[in-house]
Design a protein around this ligand. Structure first.
Ligand SMILES: [Zn+2]
Length: 495
């Protein structure tokens, strides 16, 4: 009998996923039609959202209410749509530098405002009322920083409620007494699915509401929705899903909102290879969240087996932007074998959506339990110090007058170029050589954690590769296309 029931359950589960599969594929394939193209960079600001919100305020389908202000007086708006009795509440960007889901929410608005997918939308809006609070921390977004201007992590302020942003989130949650809550964040791109090289492009958590990590019906429903969404992400980014540790954090919003009786789903957008602006991940947010909303509207998630939640691999943090393995490094003429893990750390350009990289060696030694977005096996290659090019240039205009091109300069063993006057407004080097000021003395080369990863890889007396600011540059002839491989953005300026 048990086997029969089990088989029956399997059939039910399979049919839920196949039914919803159709709508999910359609959402994926038609995404570009609804993408809010004015928000195409991660560093979105509050003022960019206002004209979009104004159009929804003028649209009778939507209700847009200002529910309060941030510390610096920026309006927080709640956008509601639908007339169903189940309330679904979605909030994003309580951490100012975590904008991916905010962009996804505006894509969802475009979808809801369109005249397509009539049947599915009716199903959604008859059964649910959707409430969105995009960009909960606009002051943090302005500076592209995690915390608000009080210097507080809003996600540790759910009990003390000192920040106006926290008060607003609590008040809105309570006023809606939402059945479902989507707590939308970004996580570091260096997270991976445990013991795999796959980035955790999306990570989930159904937060615990007590130290015992009990599972009541509310939390169980959140887990089922997560299993449902995991199946979707697996289709488009196989293996790229992680599950957060569910240790109870009494001060966090997710844990408390779960405790207050809303089935709470934490979604963290991580990294995706060669998706610096996270636009692919934004699309996955759109597809999976809309599909989840649809399955909540239909109510058929209840048959999803809870046990599948535990099968999602755990989150780990073992990725580097670039991992070089088995390089030979010499000290006093003695060779040692090292792996080197390095990350390209972003430095924001003020009042701009742009940024530049100031990379760092994060670890070195046996890194065999780590992975890289980009890896290079340097077996047989020896690490060499990059030197300062003997000629000093007056300005960048002189680059074309140099006897050698920048790539040839690298091949000769130089990684630094001296320039007489480097203007203050120049933030990064436009060529794959570090620019240094007239008097700067380049410190003695010493490969160590924390240094800017800049060196050369030599084999049989020939320099084959340069590592400049954490970017691997292939110097070989016939491989010109790879010279600026994988998102090379900049070398540095050292004044
Ligand atoms: Zn966050």
């Amino acid at each position: 009998m048990k086997t029969i029931i089990f088989a029956f359950l399997l059939i039910i589960t399979a049919s839920i996923f196949s039914q919803e599969n159709d709508i999910t594929s359609q959402l994926f394939e038609t995404y570009e039609k609804y993408q809010e193209t004015s928000l195409d960079k991660r560093r979105i600001k509050h003022h960019e959202l206002q004209p979009l919100l104004a159009t929804y305020r003028a649209n009778p389908q939507f209700t847009v209410k200002v529910v309060g202000q941030s510390i610096e007086g920026r309006d927080l708006s709640l956008v509601s749509i639908g007339q169903g009795k189940t309330n679904v509440f979605l909030w994003s960007q309580m951490h100012g530098d975590e904008p991916t889901a905010t962009q996804g929410i505006f894509d969802i608005f475009n979808f809801l405002a369109s005249s397509d997918f009539k049947e599915e939308k009716q199903e959604i809006l008859d059964n649910l009322t959707l409430h969105f609070l995009p960009m909960l921390n606009p002051d943090g977004a302005e500076r592209f920083q995690r915390r608000n201007v009080l210097g507080v992590d809003i996600n540790r302020d759910a009990l003390r409620l000192q920040s106006p942003e926290s008060k607003i989130l609590k008040r809105v949650r309570d006023s809606l007494n939402a059945d479902f809550g989507f707590n939308l964040h970004d996580q570091s791109t260096y997270y991976n699915a445990e013991r795999t090289e796959k980035p955790a492009t999306i990570s989930y958590l159904a937060p615990a509401y007590n130290y015992e990590k009990d599972i009541n019906e509310k939390r169980g429903n959140a887990m089922k929705i997560i299993v449902f969404m995991n199946n979707i992400i697996q289709k488009y980014a196989p293996g790229q899903v992680g599950r957060y540790n569910d240790d109870f954090e009494p001060r966090a919003f997710g844990d408390n909102i779960q405790k207050w009786g809303t089935s709470t789903i934490l979604i963290e957008s991580g990294g995706y290879p060669q998706d610096i602006e996270k636009q692919e991940i934004r699309k996955l947010n759109y597809v999976s969240i809309l599909s989840a909303i649809y399955t909540i509207a239909k109510g058929n998630y209840v048959d999803i087996p809870l046990a599948d939640y535990e099968k999602i691999p755990e989150n780990d943090r073992k990725l580097f932007d670039l991992k070089i393995t088995n390089a030979t490094y010499e000290i006093n003429g003695n060779p040692y074998i090292l792996d080197i893990g390095m990350n390209r750390l972003e430095v924001p350009v003020e009042n701009s959506t742009d940024f530049w990289y100031s990379s760092r060696v994060i670890d070195q030694g046996d890194l065999s339990t780590y992975y890289g977005y980009e890896t290079f096996d340097a077996t047989g290659y020896t690490i060499r110090e990059g030197k300062v090019y003997p000629e000093t240039i007056k300005s960048m205009d002189e680059i074309k007058d140099l006897a050698l091109k920048p790539i040839d300069i690298l091949k000769k063993g130089y990684t630094y170029l001296r320039q007489e006057k480097i203007s203050i407004s120049m933030l990064k080097s436009p060529i794959p050589l570090h620019l240094i000021s007239k008097k700067l003395i380049v410190p003695e080369f010493n490969l160590e954690v924390g240094m800017n990863p800049t060196f050369l890889l030599e084999r049989d007396g020939v320099i084959h590769y340069a590592i400049i600011n954490g970017f691997l540059i292939d110097l070989s002839e016939g491989n010109k296309a790879a010279i600026f491989n994988f998102a090379f953005k900049n070398a540095m300026i050292f004044r």
